[in-house]
Design a protein around this ligand. Structure first.
Ligand code: NAG
Ligand code: NAG
Length: 553
């Protein structure tokens, strides 16, 4: 017979306490380049809050982090599902050059992300409260419950833009007739159309702060005083006071610093202009909001038990346009820098894929001293991927990876906690739409196809044998290697080619049906169906016919 052993009970209690799942704050910037923060050496952009997050005892930053696709929708789909876009359907299945036309979801896209998301898994397994503030861009058809907060995407609440703000920005403007004015949503309801740009990020801050305070308080917290009625009602319906013991997952997805650049009046009034111009302001405004959010986490005693992840969705858009052709409203200086890499948003050079990645892991109360073992100023140099975010978060939350779906990433927890200094060697596969463009294994990257990021006339160049770079000694991918150069052996070359072939064959079986092609003008809310009626001659009238009555004041 066992007898009562108090120390055992005590240990068990401690285990129970320390196993309470951490909160998760996943922050994404839009089109921010690798070099566009002071941490990575930008000479004139100032990002003190992100820098100190990375350099804090439980923080880390990575110098070889790549996203799963060099453009918004597929990159975000992979981040939220831990699966390559080819597996989750967010890719174009058309041959070049038509694939160029369907690389993201449009306001008229009939379908949307249709896969298990990270917040859905957290909610299902550990009762997380889940919310999203910012840009979605994974499909917006209300009839299919595509928006977060509106059913199937795993979020309890959503306040933000359904897609990229240049898809009709902000409207109405005579040139921008392709899409209706961009609406602002709370869950599946329109708050205003067009959205009011000059205080949007300030509203994001206030709503996120409200969520964070409410989730830490057993009694209701006052709504932000300036919140609109529709959003206020939805926030109240969440009944957050009753959820103050539950862990939460909050996804903040900034429009900053995507073109056309816009910045809150609040920020501009209180800060001197960035020497890097409007682009620098857009990055610094985001940094300052992140600072406010971290300060709220501190004040409400939640910072230690929160896992924070920050990344950009793809490399900077070099020489950006506003998506509507050369109307002069966007200057080349409105795009960022991918230095020291070549290429940028849209292509599969490192400039399109390699972005900032900062993580602050949760620390248990008794764990204050055990930080990463290396000096935090040094980045972690192990090649990792946005596909690793889902397995890492699930690991911290104590949730097993679902066995009925293939996941493409691995947990970074041991790396973050300084327990290992490398991961089992694996290859990273860089797809663009339906084709495998490049493979990275260890120091080598092999390009099977190269193609410019955005050029309708460039159908891509195939390389057989592949163009191979040692991207550790030649991060800019300038000097292709032949067997014998830099110690490259025939065997290494064969191995990386085989890795690509094997992966392609595997994906041929694992691929989902593409979700992009189906379009309908009547998907856009409030479109006057009789006048638009999917008739292409009527497209210029979308501005007139697809604007909801609820106009901004
Ligand atoms: C979404 O997924 C469900 C379940 O796998 C499937 O039945 C449905 O056809 C999918 N929808 C689209 C538009 O692919
Ligand atoms: C956000 O909250 C601050 C502080 O209460 C307030 O000064 C600001 O006007 C609010 N912003 C908006 C857009 O409501």
């Amino acid at each position: 017979m066992t007898h009562f052993r108090p120390h055992l009970l005590f240990t068990t209690l401690l285990l129970l306490v320390s196993s309470s799942p951490p909160n998760v704050l996943l922050i994404v910037s839009d089109d921010q380049g690798f070099a566009d923060l002071s941490l990575n050496g930008h000479p004139t952009i100032s990002t003190p809050n992100l820098d100190s997050l990375a350099l804090s005892p439980s923080g880390a930053h990575f110098s070889q982090f790549t996203v799963a696709a060099p453009i918004c929708s597929p990159s975000r789909s992979a981040m939220l599902t831990g699966r390559l876009p080819l597996r989750n359907g967010v890719y174009s299945d058309a041959p070049p050059p038509i694939d160029e036309l369907f690389r993201v979801f449009y306001p008229s896209s009939k379908h949307c992300l249709n896969d298990t998301t990270l917040p859905a898994l957290l909610k299902k397994n550990k009762d997380y409260t889940t919310a999203m503030v910012g840009k979605w861009h994974l499909g917006s058809n209300l009839a299919e419950y595509c928006l977060p907060g509106d059913g199937k995407q795993g979020f309890d609440f959503f306040f933000g833009l359904p897609y990229s703000h240049e898809e009709g920005y902000p409207g109405p403007s005579p040139e921008s007739y392709t899409f209706p004015p961009v609406p602002l949503y709370v869950n599946g309801e329109i708050v205003e159309q067009p959205f009011v740009a000059n205080d949007l990020s300030s509203r994001y801050t206030n709503i996120t702060n409200f969520l964070l305070k409410s989730l830490a308080s057993p009694v209701p917290v006052d709504l932000p005083p300036t919140v609109d009625k529709i959003t206020g009602d939805k926030l109240s319906e969440l009944n957050l006071a009753s959820r103050s013991n539950d862990p939460w997952f909050i996804h903040m997805a900034f429009e900053n610093p995507h073109v056309p650049l816009f910045i809150s009046d609040d920020y501009l009034e209180n800060h001197s202009p960035s020497p890097r111009g409007l682009y620098g302001d857009a990055v610094s405004e985001m940094d300052s909001i992140i600072g406010e959010i971290i300060s709220t986490l501190k004040k409400t005693n939640q910072l230690d038990n929160t896992l924070i992840l920050f990344l950009s969705d793809n490399g900077a858009w070099v020489n950006p346009s506003n998506g509507l052709g050369d109307d002069g409203s966007v200057s080349p200086l409105d795009g960022g820098s991918n230095a020291p890499f070549q290429g940028g948003k849209g292509d599969t050079y490192e400039g399109g894929l390699r972005v900032p990645f900062i993580v602050k892991r949760p620390v248990a109360d008794d764990d204050e001293q055990t930080g990463t073992t290396t000096c935090a100023f040094e980045p972690i140099r192990v090649p990792v991927s946005a596909l690793d975010i889902l397995p890492t978060v699930l690991d911290y939350a104590g949730v097993e990876l679902p066995k009925d779906e293939v996941h493409d990433g691995v947990s970074l927890r041991a790396l973050l906690e300084g327990e290992v200094d490398s991961l089992e060697e694996r290859c990273l596969f860089h797809w663009r739409e339906r084709d495998l463009y490049a493979v990275r294994c260890g120091r080598l990257k092999a390009h099977f196809i190269t193609r410019s990021g955005f050029d309708f006339k460039d159908l891509g160049t195939k390389h057989d044998p592949p163009l191979v770079f040692d991207i550790e000694s030649d991060p800019a991918e300038k000097y292709p290697l032949a067997v014998g150069d830099q110690g490259l052996t025939q065997e290494e070359l064969d191995d990386i080619i085989d890795a690509g072939k094997k992966h392609e064959a595997e994906m041929e079986e694992g691929k989902a049906k593409s979700l992009y092609l189906a379009q309908g003008l009547d998907i856009m809310p409030c479109c006057d169906r009789e006048n638009t009626a999917n008739n292409l001659d009527d497209i210029p009238k979308i501005w007139v016919h697809c604007t909801c009555d609820r106009q901004a004041a």
